[in-house]
Design a binder for this molecule. Sequence first.
Ligand SMILES: [Zn+2]
Length: 92
Amino acid sequence: MLKPKKIPQRQCVGCRTMKNKRDLIRVVKSPAGEISLDFVGKKPGRGAYLCPDSACLTRARKTKALERAFETAIPAEIYDALLAQMEAADGT
Ligand SMILES: [Zn+2]
């Protein structure tokens, strides 16, 4: 018998809402300290999650929620890549 699958919940660092992990974008800090986007959810390192919503990104940027989560500066290109990713998601 298969057990019912439990969907992991994660909190968006922008709006602080708990959502299904697969509905969020994962940002990951590698053990080497590099920040990147993780589209498959399998990169090693510490992760933080955002809704695919530019409002959440804007809020996270304003409150430095990602900086706090990773205890490091977030390069502007990471925010740009996130925004591009969210706009691409919006378009579908
Ligand atoms: Zn959010």
